[in-house]
Design a binder for this molecule. Structure first.
Ligand SMILES: CC(C)(COP(=O)(O)OP(=O)(O)OC[C@H]1O[C@@H](n2cnc3c(N)ncnc32)[C@H](O)[C@@H]1OP(=O)(O)O)[C@@H](O)C(=O)NCCC(=O)NCCS
Length: 156
Protein backbone atom coordinates (compact mmCIF):
# COMPACT_ATOMS: atom_id res chain seq x y z
CA UNK A 1 0.00 0.00 0.00
CA UNK A 2 1.47 3.33 -1.07
CA UNK A 3 1.33 6.26 1.28
CA UNK A 4 -1.52 8.65 0.53
CA UNK A 5 -1.13 12.29 1.54
CA UNK A 6 -3.55 15.16 1.74
CA UNK A 7 -2.27 17.78 -0.72
CA UNK A 8 -1.86 21.41 0.29
CA UNK A 9 -2.41 24.20 -2.19
CA UNK A 10 0.91 25.84 -2.99
CA UNK A 11 2.83 26.68 -6.15
CA UNK A 12 4.74 23.40 -6.09
CA UNK A 13 1.57 21.27 -5.94
CA UNK A 14 -0.12 23.34 -8.65
CA UNK A 15 2.94 22.92 -10.87
CA UNK A 16 2.76 19.13 -10.33
CA UNK A 17 -0.95 19.20 -11.24
CA UNK A 18 -0.09 20.47 -14.74
CA UNK A 19 1.25 17.00 -15.60
CA UNK A 20 -2.21 15.49 -15.18
CA UNK A 21 -4.63 15.34 -18.11
CA UNK A 22 -7.54 16.42 -16.01
CA UNK A 23 -6.00 19.81 -15.29
CA UNK A 24 -8.78 22.34 -15.66
CA UNK A 25 -10.88 25.08 -14.15
CA UNK A 26 -10.59 23.84 -10.59
CA UNK A 27 -6.78 23.96 -10.67
CA UNK A 28 -6.74 27.32 -12.49
CA UNK A 29 -9.03 28.87 -9.92
CA UNK A 30 -6.84 27.56 -7.07
CA UNK A 31 -3.84 29.14 -8.80
CA UNK A 32 -5.65 32.47 -9.19
CA UNK A 33 -6.80 32.43 -5.57
CA UNK A 34 -3.21 31.85 -4.50
CA UNK A 35 -1.86 34.62 -6.76
CA UNK A 36 -4.55 37.07 -5.61
CA UNK A 37 -3.91 36.21 -1.96
CA UNK A 38 -7.51 35.01 -1.67
CA UNK A 39 -6.09 31.88 -0.07
CA UNK A 40 -2.91 31.34 1.87
CA UNK A 41 0.00 29.25 0.73
CA UNK A 42 -0.41 25.68 2.02
CA UNK A 43 -4.20 25.91 2.37
CA UNK A 44 -6.01 22.61 2.55
CA UNK A 45 -7.37 21.22 -0.71
CA UNK A 46 -9.80 18.42 -1.59
CA UNK A 47 -6.90 16.58 -3.27
CA UNK A 48 -5.00 13.53 -2.08
CA UNK A 49 -1.93 12.17 -3.76
CA UNK A 50 0.95 9.74 -3.77
CA UNK A 51 4.56 10.81 -4.20
CA UNK A 52 7.21 8.62 -5.76
CA UNK A 53 10.40 10.24 -4.49
CA UNK A 54 9.57 13.94 -4.79
CA UNK A 55 7.30 13.50 -7.81
CA UNK A 56 3.52 13.50 -7.51
CA UNK A 57 2.53 10.44 -9.58
CA UNK A 58 -1.13 9.89 -8.66
CA UNK A 59 -3.93 12.02 -7.34
CA UNK A 60 -7.65 12.18 -6.69
CA UNK A 61 -10.13 14.65 -5.30
CA UNK A 62 -12.60 13.70 -2.57
CA UNK A 63 -15.44 15.59 -1.04
CA UNK A 64 -18.34 14.73 1.19
CA UNK A 65 -21.87 15.09 -0.12
CA UNK A 66 -24.44 15.36 2.64
CA UNK A 67 -27.36 13.02 2.81
CA UNK A 68 -29.74 15.89 2.09
CA UNK A 69 -28.18 16.05 -1.37
CA UNK A 70 -27.92 12.29 -1.90
CA UNK A 71 -29.65 10.96 -5.01
CA UNK A 72 -27.74 7.70 -5.27
CA UNK A 73 -28.27 5.66 -2.11
CA UNK A 74 -31.32 4.45 -0.28
CA UNK A 75 -31.93 5.44 2.43
CA UNK A 76 -30.16 8.77 1.70
CA UNK A 77 -26.77 9.00 3.39
CA UNK A 78 -23.59 11.03 3.48
CA UNK A 79 -21.23 9.81 0.79
CA UNK A 80 -17.90 10.66 -0.80
CA UNK A 81 -17.65 11.98 -4.32
CA UNK A 82 -14.36 10.72 -5.78
CA UNK A 83 -13.10 12.41 -8.92
CA UNK A 84 -10.00 13.26 -10.90
CA UNK A 85 -8.42 9.93 -10.05
CA UNK A 86 -5.41 9.76 -12.33
CA UNK A 87 -2.05 8.04 -12.39
CA UNK A 88 0.69 9.50 -14.58
CA UNK A 89 1.87 7.49 -17.61
CA UNK A 90 4.86 5.40 -16.65
CA UNK A 91 3.45 4.85 -13.15
CA UNK A 92 0.23 3.06 -14.10
CA UNK A 93 -0.45 -0.56 -13.14
CA UNK A 94 1.79 -0.31 -10.09
CA UNK A 95 -0.99 -0.16 -7.51
CA UNK A 96 -1.11 3.64 -7.09
CA UNK A 97 -4.72 3.90 -8.31
CA UNK A 98 -5.79 1.08 -6.03
CA UNK A 99 -4.07 2.66 -3.02
CA UNK A 100 -5.99 5.91 -3.57
CA UNK A 101 -9.30 4.07 -3.87
CA UNK A 102 -8.55 2.02 -0.75
CA UNK A 103 -7.75 5.22 1.10
CA UNK A 104 -11.14 6.66 0.07
CA UNK A 105 -12.85 3.44 1.19
CA UNK A 106 -11.16 3.66 4.59
CA UNK A 107 -13.55 6.46 5.59
CA UNK A 108 -16.29 3.83 5.69
CA UNK A 109 -18.71 5.96 3.67
CA UNK A 110 -20.34 5.04 0.37
CA UNK A 111 -18.49 6.40 -2.66
CA UNK A 112 -19.69 7.67 -6.01
CA UNK A 113 -17.47 8.41 -9.00
CA UNK A 114 -17.78 9.24 -12.69
CA UNK A 115 -15.13 7.11 -14.33
CA UNK A 116 -13.21 8.19 -17.35
CA UNK A 117 -13.54 6.09 -20.46
CA UNK A 118 -11.40 2.97 -20.66
CA UNK A 119 -11.12 2.49 -16.91
CA UNK A 120 -14.08 0.08 -16.51
CA UNK A 121 -11.90 -2.95 -15.71
CA UNK A 122 -10.06 -1.03 -13.02
CA UNK A 123 -13.32 0.06 -11.36
CA UNK A 124 -14.84 -3.40 -11.43
CA UNK A 125 -11.68 -4.71 -9.72
CA UNK A 126 -12.27 -2.01 -7.10
CA UNK A 127 -15.80 -3.47 -6.64
CA UNK A 128 -17.61 -0.42 -7.95
CA UNK A 129 -20.92 -1.13 -9.67
CA UNK A 130 -23.03 0.75 -12.18
CA UNK A 131 -26.26 2.46 -11.20
CA UNK A 132 -29.46 2.42 -13.20
CA UNK A 133 -29.14 5.40 -15.53
CA UNK A 134 -31.32 8.36 -14.57
CA UNK A 135 -31.23 11.03 -17.25
CA UNK A 136 -32.09 14.00 -15.02
CA UNK A 137 -29.62 13.01 -12.37
CA UNK A 138 -26.75 11.58 -14.40
CA UNK A 139 -26.83 13.95 -17.39
CA UNK A 140 -24.85 11.79 -19.76
CA UNK A 141 -22.41 10.54 -17.13
CA UNK A 142 -22.11 6.91 -16.14
CA UNK A 143 -21.71 6.97 -12.39
CA UNK A 144 -20.31 4.07 -10.42
CA UNK A 145 -20.91 3.45 -6.75
CA UNK A 146 -19.40 1.45 -3.92
CA UNK A 147 -20.96 0.82 -0.54
CA UNK A 148 -19.12 -0.43 2.56
CA UNK A 149 -21.83 -3.01 3.18
CA UNK A 150 -21.75 -4.33 -0.39
CA UNK A 151 -23.98 -3.51 -3.31
CA UNK A 152 -26.72 -1.00 -2.59
CA UNK A 153 -28.59 1.04 -5.11
CA UNK A 154 -31.35 3.56 -4.73
CA UNK A 155 -34.65 1.77 -4.94
CA UNK A 156 -36.98 2.72 -7.79
C1 LIG B 1 -7.16 3.87 -14.52
C2 LIG B 1 -6.13 4.22 -13.44
C3 LIG B 1 -6.69 5.22 -12.45
C4 LIG B 1 -5.76 2.91 -12.66
O1 LIG B 1 -4.72 3.15 -11.73
P1 LIG B 1 -3.39 2.26 -11.72
O2 LIG B 1 -2.51 2.71 -10.64
O3 LIG B 1 -2.84 2.24 -13.10
O4 LIG B 1 -4.00 0.81 -11.42
P2 LIG B 1 -3.55 -0.22 -10.26
O5 LIG B 1 -2.14 -0.61 -10.49
O6 LIG B 1 -3.88 0.31 -8.93
O7 LIG B 1 -4.50 -1.43 -10.64
C5 LIG B 1 -5.36 -2.10 -9.77
C6 LIG B 1 -5.96 -3.30 -10.51
O8 LIG B 1 -6.71 -2.83 -11.65
C7 LIG B 1 -6.15 -3.37 -12.85
N1 LIG B 1 -6.16 -2.35 -13.89
C8 LIG B 1 -5.68 -1.09 -13.81
N2 LIG B 1 -5.85 -0.43 -14.97
C9 LIG B 1 -6.44 -1.31 -15.80
C10 LIG B 1 -6.86 -1.22 -17.15
N3 LIG B 1 -6.72 -0.11 -17.87
N4 LIG B 1 -7.42 -2.32 -17.71
C11 LIG B 1 -7.56 -3.46 -17.02
N5 LIG B 1 -7.18 -3.61 -15.71
C12 LIG B 1 -6.63 -2.54 -15.13
C13 LIG B 1 -4.74 -3.77 -12.49
O9 LIG B 1 -4.26 -4.78 -13.33
C14 LIG B 1 -4.89 -4.21 -11.06
O10 LIG B 1 -5.41 -5.51 -10.98
P3 LIG B 1 -4.63 -6.70 -10.22
O11 LIG B 1 -4.57 -6.29 -8.79
O12 LIG B 1 -5.48 -7.87 -10.43
O13 LIG B 1 -3.30 -6.75 -10.86
C15 LIG B 1 -4.83 4.76 -14.08
O14 LIG B 1 -4.22 3.77 -14.87
C16 LIG B 1 -5.01 6.00 -14.94
O15 LIG B 1 -5.14 7.12 -14.45
N6 LIG B 1 -4.99 5.84 -16.24
C17 LIG B 1 -5.04 6.95 -17.16
C18 LIG B 1 -6.06 6.90 -18.20
C19 LIG B 1 -6.84 5.66 -18.31
O16 LIG B 1 -7.96 5.57 -17.84
N7 LIG B 1 -6.26 4.66 -18.92
C20 LIG B 1 -6.90 3.40 -19.10
C21 LIG B 1 -6.07 2.55 -20.04
S1 LIG B 1 -6.09 3.22 -21.70
Amino acid sequence: MHQVQKLLINYKTLEEFKKFKEYGLQELSMLEDLQDNMIENDSVSPFYGIYYGDKLVARMSLYTVSKAEDRYFSPPQDYLELWKLEVLPGYQRLGFGQSLVEYAKSYGLPIKTNPRVKSADFWSKMQFTTVKYDMDRDKGENPLIWHPSGFLEKAE
